[in-house]
Design a protein around this ligand. Structure first.
Ligand code: MN
Length: 731
C-alpha cells in the first residue's frame, strides 16, 4: 500500500507547489471512512482508492484529481454524505467526487441495453469536467487489474465486456493509448483467455527468435539518422495482443509480418525534425505505398499527432515507422492527461506548435479561474463530440467485434442491439413484446418508413403503436430476430385458429338447423374420432379452415342425411322441412322435375337465368352469363326458359359464391365474417384457393335471399380495406 508521505512525494515530483495538507487530509478521511471494509481479495478497502490515486499520479494529474481519487468511493460505499465532503474539501472536490459517484451508480444498474445511455452520461460528465472521467478510468483500471479476485466468472466477464465496450474506447477517444491498451488487454484476458494466450505465446516466440532482428533494425535506423544529422531516439513498440487479435479478426489475416506487430518509433525534439527524419528514411529505404499518413498537419480527433510511414527498411524488413516529438509521444500515450500536464506547467512550447493543433490554446494568464483553466478541455471535448456522435463511436468500437449486428436507439437514447437486416418490427419486439404486438408504423430518424425497412447503425427508431392492434402474418416474411418470428407465428396461429373455430361452429350449427335438428356439442362428441378431430374446438377449426365440410360433419352425426356436399357439381336444393310445396321459386318448370342450381355460377333470385336439361338429373339452373353455357350452345333443345317467382312470400335462401382476394393478415377472416354477418349473410362454406405471403384467394359461399342481398354484401366487402377484390364466382 502506498504510504501517506509516498503519495505526497509522488505528486511533489511533478508539482512542486503541491497542497500537502489537502492530500494528507483526504488520505486520512478516506482511510477512516472505509474503516474495516475489505475488498474481494481481503485487502483493506482503502487500498483501492489509494491505488487509483497512484495511477493518477503516474498521469501527473493535479491535486484535486488525486484527492477525488482518494474519496471516490466514500459516498457510494460509506456513510459519508456529499455535504460532508464539501464541508471538508470544498465545492470543487465535492462536485468531482459526486460526478464519479454518479458514474459508479450508472455502472451498477447497467445491462446491455443501457450502455449507450451510460456512454452519454459519461460524455455529459466529461464535458462538465474531464477529471471525473480520468478518475473513473483509473478506478476501472485498478478494478480490472484486480479482476481475478472476483469469484463469480459471470461477473468478471460482465465487467470485462463493459471495459472493452465502454471504458477502453473512452480512453482511446481522449487519446490515452496506454490506458486503452491495458484496459483492453485485461478485458481480453478475461473474455478470450485462449486467444490472448496464443497471441502472447507467438509474440514471445517472435521476440526470442527475432530479438536480434528487432535490435538490428533499431540500431541501423539510429545510426543512419545520426549520420544524417538528425538527433533522434529510436525504439520498437509491440502492438498490444488485443490490437493484434482484432486486426487478425478484422482483416482475416494471419499473424506474420513484423510490420503488423512492431512499430518503430523515431522521437525527435521538434516538429521540423519530424519531417527531416522522414526525408532521411525515404531517401534511404523504399517506401511502402499507401502507408504514409501525416497526423502532424492533420491531427486525429483525439489529439493524436505523428507521422506514419511504411518502408522496406533495414534487413529488407517491411516495417512501420512513427515519427513524432517527445511531446507528441507523451500525448499519444497519455492523451488529455498529458495535455493537462503540459498546460499546468504553462509551457505551450512543449506542445510543439500547438497553434496548429485542433486544441485551442488555453487562456492561462494570471486569472487562473477554474473556467479558464478547463476551457481548452471543454473545447476539445466539444470537438470530439461533434466529430463523431455516439453512433459513430459505437460503429468504430463495438462493431469491429460485432460485424453482424446493428445498433439502434430508442427515442430515449437506449441502445438496442439487433442482428443485421433487422427491421422496425424486430426493434419493436426487442424493446417489448407488447410494443411489437401493437406496432402499426415506425419512424427512423424522424421519418415514417415501411415496417419492412432495414435498420442501419445509429438509427433512432420510434415505433408507432395502436391499442388493440395485432401482429400481421406477413411480418413473418421480413422479421429476422427469433423473438419477433416466434411471437408473430404464435399470434397468427392463435388468431387464425380462433377465427376458424368461430366460423366452423357457425357452419355446423347451420347444417344442424338445415336438417331440422337442434345443435348440441354433445352430438359432435361421438364423431370426433371418425373425423380425426382431437377436440370439438379442433373440429370447429377444421371445418372453419375447410378441411372438413359442414355436410360431412352432419352426415357423420346423422348417417341418414345425404352427403350432398360430396357431389359438388349439382347439389339437390332441399326444400326446408317446415315448408310445404315444391319450395322452388321458379317458373317455367315441369312439375315434379328435379331442379339443381349450378355450382359454377350460383344463380340467385334476381339473376337472369336459364335451365339446362341434364339426363337423369333434371334441370340445372345457370345464370345467363355463365361461362359454362357455351358447352351447350350446340344443343339448343336442352335449354328451357325459367324465371324466378316474383311473388314468393317465403324468403328462400340461396347460396351465392364469392371469389375474394384479401390481404394475408391476421384478422381478415374475422372481418370478413363480421361484414357478411352484419349484412344478414350466412357463410356456409369457405375455401382457400391460393395463399401467398401478401394475400389469399378464397371462395366463400354465402346464404342470401336474392341477388340484391348478395350485391349489398359485395358492396360492403368492397368497402373493407383488408379485402382487395370481391366478385361473384362465375365458375
Ligand atoms: Mn472504485
Amino acid at each position: 500500500m502506498i504510504r501517506q508521505y509516498e503519495l505526497v512525494d509522488r505528486v511533489r515530483a511533478y508539482d512542486p507547489d503541491v497542497d500537502e495538507d489537502v492530500l494528507n487530509r483526504a488520505y486520512v478521511f478516506a482511510l477512516k471512512a472505509h474503516g474495516a471494509q475489505t475488498r474481494a481479495n481481503g485487502d483493506p478497502y482503502f487500498s483501492h482508492p489509494l491505488e487509483v490515486a497512484g495511477i493518477l499520479t503516474n498521469l501527473k494529474l493535479d491535486t484535486a484529481s488525486i484527492v477525488t481519487a482518494l474519496l471516490h468511493d466514500v459516498i457510494e460505499d460509506t456513510d459519508v454524505k456529499l455535504a460532508d465532503i464539501e464541508k471538508a474539501f470544498g465545492k470543487e472536490i465535492g462536485r468531482l467526487v459526486n460526478g464519479v459517484t454518479k458514474l459508479t451508480r450508472i455502472e451498477l444498474q447497467s445491462d446491455q441495453t443501457k450502455q449507450a445511455e451510460n456512454f452519454r452520461k459519461f460524455v455529459l460528465a466529461m464535458s462538465e469536467d474531464i477529471r471525473v472521467l480520468l478518475v473513473k478510468l483509473a478506478d476501472r483500471l485498478h478494478n480490472m487489474r484486480t479482476l481475478n479476485f472476483i469469484p463469480k466468472p459471470e461477473k468478471r466477464s460482465r465487467i470485462a465486456s463493459e471495459t472493452l465496450e465502454i471504458y477502453a474506447p473512452l480512453a482511446d477517444r481522449i487519446g490515452m493509448q496506454a490506458m486503452k491498451d491495458e484496459l483492453e488487454d485485461l478485458a481480453f484476458a478475461q473474455l478470450n483467455t485462449e486467444a490472448r494466450a496464443s497471441i502472447v505465446k507467438r509474440l514471445e516466440y517472435l521476440r526470442g527468435g527475432g530479438q536480434d532482428l528487432i535490435q538490428k533494425i533499431i540500431a541501423e535506423l539510429q545510426a543512419k539518422l545520426t549520420e544524417s544529422g538528425v538527433e533522434a531516439k529510436v525504439k520498437g513498440r509491440e502492438k498490444a495482443p488485443y490490437s493484434i487479435w482484432r486486426k487478425m479478426q478484422h482483416k482475416n489475416v494471419a499473424f506474420e509480418q513484423l510490420s503488423d506487430i512492431i512499430a518503430f518509433r523515431v522521437v525527435v525534439p521538434t516538429a521540423d525534425k519530424c519531417y527531416e527524419a522522414l526525408g532521411v528514411l525515404h531517401a534511404l529505404y523504399p517506401s511502402v505505398p499507401g502507408r504514409f499518413k501525416d497526423y502532424i498537419s492533420t491531427p486525429k480527433p483525439n489529439g493524436y499527432r505523428s507521422i506514419h510511414t511504411g518502408v522496406i527498411g533495414p534487413q529488407r524488413q517491411r516495417i512501420e515507422v512513427q515519427i513524432r516529438t517527445d511531446a507528441m509521444d507523451e500525448v499519444a500515450e497519455y492523451g488529455v492527461a498529458a495535455h493537462w500536464h503540459y498546460k499546468r506547467q504553462g509551457s505551450d512550447a512543449a506542445l510543439d506548435g500547438a497553434d496548429k493543433a485542433i486544441i485551442p490554446a488555453p487562456t492561462m494568464g494570471g486569472a487562473k479561474s477554474e473556467s479558464a483553466q478547463y476551457r481548452w478541455l471543454r473545447e476539445l471535448l466539444d470537438i470530439l463530440e461533434h466529430a463523431s456522435g455516439p453512433e459513430e463511436f459505437l460503429e468504430h468500437t463495438k462493431l469491429e467485434m460485432f460485424q453482424d449486428q446493428v445498433f439502434c436507439f430508442t427515442p430515449k437514447g437506449e441502445l438496442i442491439q439487433l442482428p443485421r437486416g433487422a427491421t422496425p418490427v424486430d426493434f419493436a419486439y426487442a424493446v417489448h413484446s407488447q410494443i411489437g404486438d401493437t406496432c402499426v408504423g415506425a419512424k427512423i430518424n424522424g421519418r415514417i418508413v415501411q415496417l419492412r425497412s432495414t435498420l442501419q447503425n445509429g438509427d433512432q427508431v420510434d415505433i408507432i403503436t395502436s391499442k388493440g392492434q395485432t401482429p400481421s402474418a406477413d411480418w413473418e416474411d421480413f422479421v429476422v430476430t427469433g423473438k419477433a418470428k416466434a411471437r408473430v407465428r404464435r399470434y397468427v396461429r392463435i388468431q387464425r385458429r380462433g377465427q376458424y373455430m368461430t366460423l366452423g361452429r357457425t357452419v355446423i350449427e347451420k347444417e344442424f338447423r338445415h336438417e331440422g335438428y337442434a345443435f348440441t356439442e354433445k352430438a359432435l362428441d361421438g364423431v370426433l374420432k371418425t373425423l380425426q378431430a382431437p377436440t370439438i374446438d379442433d373440429l370447429y377449426a377444421m371445418v372453419g379452415e375447410g378441411l372438413v365440410t359442414g355436410r360431412e360433419v352432419i352426415h357423420t352425426v346423422f348417417p341418414g342425411t345425404k352427403p350432398t356436399a360430396k357431389n359438388p357439381q349439382s347439389p339437390v336444393v332441399k326444400p326446408k322441412p317446415r315448408k310445404e310445396g315444391s319450395g322452388v321459386p321458379l317458373r317455367g318448370l315441369i312439375p315434379g322435375m328435379a331442379v339443381h342450381y349450378a355450382r359454377c355460377c350460383h344463380p340467385l333470385p334476381g339473376d337472369r337465368i336459364v335451365g339446362i336439361v341434364t339426363t337423369g338429373k333434371g334441370v340445372t339452373v345457370h345464370t345467363i352469363d355463365c361461362v359454362n353455357l357455351e358447352a351447350f350452345s350446340d344443343t339448343p333443345e336442352r335449354w328451357i326458359d325459367v324465371a324466378w317467382e316474383t311473388d314468393t312470400t317465403m324468403p328462400e335462401h340461396h347460396i351465392g359464391r364469392l371469389h375474394m382476394i384479401a390481404s394475408n393478415e391476421t384478422g381478415t377472416i374475422g372481418t370478413l365474417g363480421t361484414v357478411i354477418g352484419k349484412n344478414q349473410g350466412n357463410i356456409t362454406n369457405l375455401k382457400f384457393v391460393a395463399r401467398s405471403t401478401d394475400f389469399f384467394e378464397i371462395l366463400v359461399d354465402v346464404e342470401v335471399t336474392d341477388v340484391r342481398h348478395l350485391t349489398n354484401i359485395i358492396a360492403a366487402l368492397r368497402a373493407t380495406p383488408a379485402i382487395n377484390s370481391v366478385e361473384r364466382s362465375r365458375g
